[in-house]
Design a protein around this ligand. Sequence first.
Ligand SMILES: Nc1ncnc2c1ncn2[C@@H]1O[C@H](COP(=O)(O)OP(=O)(O)O)[C@@H](O)[C@H]1O
Ligand SMILES: O=C(O)C1=C[C@@H](OP(=O)(O)O)[C@@H](O)[C@H](O)C1
Length: 395
Amino acid sequence: MEVGAVLDLQPCSWVGSEAKGRRSSGGSWRFQDPYREERRSSMVRFCNRRDNRASVRSGHVELKVSCCYKKPQVPDSLFPSFSSEIELDDIIVDEATETSNESDGDHSKRTMWTIADDKLLAAAYTIMNEDSVVDHFSQRGTETYHKSIDEALLLKRKSEEVLPYLNERCIYLVGMMGSGKTTIGKILSEVLRYSFFDSDKLVEQTVGVSSVAQIFKQYSEAFFRDNESEVLKDLSSMSRLVVATGGGAVIRPINWKFMKHGISVWLDVPLEALARRIADVGTDSRPLLHYEPGDPYSKALAKLTSLFEERGEAYANADARVSLGGKPSCSCYASCFLFVAGFVLEMAAKKGHGDVSTLTPTDIAFEALLQIENYVMDNAYASSSRNNFTGARRD
Ligand SMILES: Nc1ncnc2c1ncn2[C@@H]1O[C@H](COP(=O)(O)OP(=O)(O)O)[C@@H](O)[C@H]1O
Ligand SMILES: O=C(O)C1=C[C@@H](OP(=O)(O)O)[C@@H](O)[C@H](O)C1
């Protein structure tokens, strides 16, 4: 599979930091902290030799590091270097450096390392410094190798852009059962370095019963809902959490009061896709679907349809919505233009966003971050306009 891989990565958090390689196959980007002031920008990008396209067949991928300085002299010691715990020759096939004076008075230096294809993972790991990246890739075939790296890097970068605006607020994922709240929640918590909680699991722990289905059977739905509200209340006093709520949490207004302490995101997935997922894993763990007649898919779809009729409006209370049905959302188009990343375009074109089954959880987590970003930016803009207005009146 060929994917475009022109990515400008500027994760602010690693500028001026020294990321430590934690695996024997890893290395680290070394940045000189005392010189942070000197550096205006720093970026890394992956591309390959021809047409800025990376291919699993090409054998080599180029990794560019560019730095822009305010001062004309850029001593080599200031430039980020690639340090590794293993033989550098093993990772880097070739190295080329160029220095130039930019028209606006900045001075830049670029180094391009050509990295052996099979070492790309080590390089990506080094930049992201995440064990999870390696786990993520090891679960996939080589065909999706580059795409996985691109997706993971974009997700990481987006999380770093959004994080400062969150002000440590929790993220609550809401949506119908099977919409991916747990799956996407875990990914979001990893990239944001938040803790992850599944409210169903917390209720099970509180009640001391091993499954939600058992709580429904042994006690009642109302008993489960009371405990669910208690759990959400406790969580609402905490920060830096991603919470996967139960699909029915939205029906109680009091729960919204708790969730409004953080940012709520609705994973809006077409019911047919939900029914397919649930039919695949069985309805045993989902007591509300348990008693419907028919084959697993039909009974899941019938019950999901009636539940959605009751709850659709409640889900719409969420601060942000990730809509995975119908037309591509605005932010998806925006991301195509913003990142000009071949794979994002490819993803949108190929998948059309009508077929949810082809969107990976990483794609969806990325979209969730975009929607959260839209929400926090809108809020920041609205509050600064309010401040300007009151400031103007005081003047
Ligand atoms: N984007 C996706 N594509 C395919 N399957 C998914 C996706 N997201 C979740 N799933 C699968 O759907 C099922 C329900 O997901 P889960 O995250 O538990 O949903 P929820 O927490 O909303 O009930 C799981 O088997 C999970 O692996
Ligand atoms: O939709 C619902 O009312 C429910 C969804 C379940 O959570 P998931 O959405 O995690 O499956 C669980 O809380 C309980 O079975 C009730």
